[in-house]
Write a protein that binds this ligand. Structure first.
Ligand SMILES: Nc1ncnc2c1ncn2[C@@H]1O[C@H](COP(=O)(O)OP(=O)(O)OP(=O)(O)O)[C@@H](O)[C@H]1O
Ligand SMILES: [Mg+2]
Length: 308
């Protein structure tokens, strides 16, 4: 079994089964006329010339398969009348930039939520840090896509590859969230952009675990949360593959694991146990430095036992 089983091209509206088929092309930034009537001035805000940082919510435009798992969280804003406003960049990375956006219905304070938008680079200037040792054992459904990925010179190949990482991360987040892992809720995927639950408060992202200095009691609790979380990954047959105190956020007393496009299939990938062991070493090094006696080999054995 591979998470790329759910990989699907998403440019068509074939699965558009629960919305009326009258939404316009999102790239035009035009708005469904019936909602526009009700909104009045909101049309002005979504004018890309006047307000380039504001767009209509992309939720109505994405297919059901591009949305996160149901039941949808109560905080999710699904109204077609909502606007997405860019609030700034949270982090620029080698492969993706993470932006903060607000999705809100103008004039309704109860219909507003902050989201993290992870936007994969359009591959041209992207370093392919996550190489074939991660993708070994994965399937890509369309043979044209497979050939394109193999041929890195092709434009299409690069686009497929950055889109494939976004889909890989979205699919993995969906499975992990449903299985109860502490990961951000994946709201939707659109091309190379993933919108997900923002982990933080009032526009301030939770610190990475690397920056956290928890009390002894909280450290012990974090350790328990980490082992439980790694167990959920393992029961799905996966290792995170790039787990570290930098890909773990310390949201108050809760750990949240992020950055999962490269999850490795413990059964299918020949490198998976090496990745899992490295994950254990990375995390135990941090816990040891904070004064907790954490043995990576014991953690490795414990997690691996969950997988079978
Ligand atoms: N859901 C989120 N909520 C809050 N902050 C987030 C979220 N997702 C990502 N971030 C912030 O953006 C940073 C980069 O995210 P992520 O690790 O997923 O991307 P990346 O491209 O792999 O970056 P890097 O190369 O630095 O690992 C995180 O360290 C975190 O600070
Ligand atoms: Mg990261």
């Amino acid at each position: 079994m591979s998470f790329t089983d759910t990989f699907t091209p998403h440019s068509s509206y074939l699965f558009f089964d629960d919305e009326p088929p009258h939404y316009p092309d999102p790239s035009s930034n035009a708005h469904p006329s019936n909602a526009a009537d009700a909104l009045g001035d909101a049309d002005i805000f979504a004018d890309p010339e006047l307000h380039p940082d504001i767009r209509w919510s992309t939720w109505p435009f994405v297919e059901k398969l591009q949305r996160g798992p149901q039941p949808y969280p109560v905080w999710l804003v699904t109204e077609a009348a909502a606007l997405d406003t860019e609030l700034g960049i949270l982090k620029t990375g080698k492969e993706a930039d993470v932006h903060l956006i607000e999705r809100a219905v103008p004039g309704d304070p109860h219909k507003a939520v902050q989201l993290a938008a992870k936007r994969y680079r359009s591959a041209d200037d992207r370093a392919f840090r996550r190489d074939s040792s991660y993708t070994e054992g994965r399937k890509v459904k369309k043979s044209r896509d497979q050939r394109a990925i193999t041929n890195r010179k092709s434009e299409y190949g690069r686009a497929v590859k950055s889109g494939a990482w976004a889909w890989a991360e979205f699919s993995a987040l969906s499975r992990l969230y449903t299985a109860g892992a502490p990961v951000p809720y994946p709201v939707q995927i659109d091309d190379t952009e993933i919108l997900m639950e923002f982990i933080g408060e009032d526009g301030v992202a939770a610190p990475r675990l690397a920056q956290a200095r928890p009390s002894a009691a909280l450290l012990q609790d974090y350790w328990h949360q980490l082992r439980t979380a790694m167990g959920v990954f393992a029961r799905l047959g996966w290792a995170h593959g790039d787990l570290s105190p930098y890909n773990t956020l310390a949201h108050g007393d809760r750990l949240v694991i992020i950055d999962v496009p490269q999850v490795v299939d413990l059964a299918a990938s020949p490198f998976a146990t090496q990745f899992l062991h490295r994950d254990c070493v990375n995390m135990c090094t941090w816990f040891n430095a904070r004064g907790l006696n954490a043995d990576p080999d014991v953690l490795f054995a414990e997690v691996l036992a969950e997988a079978w």
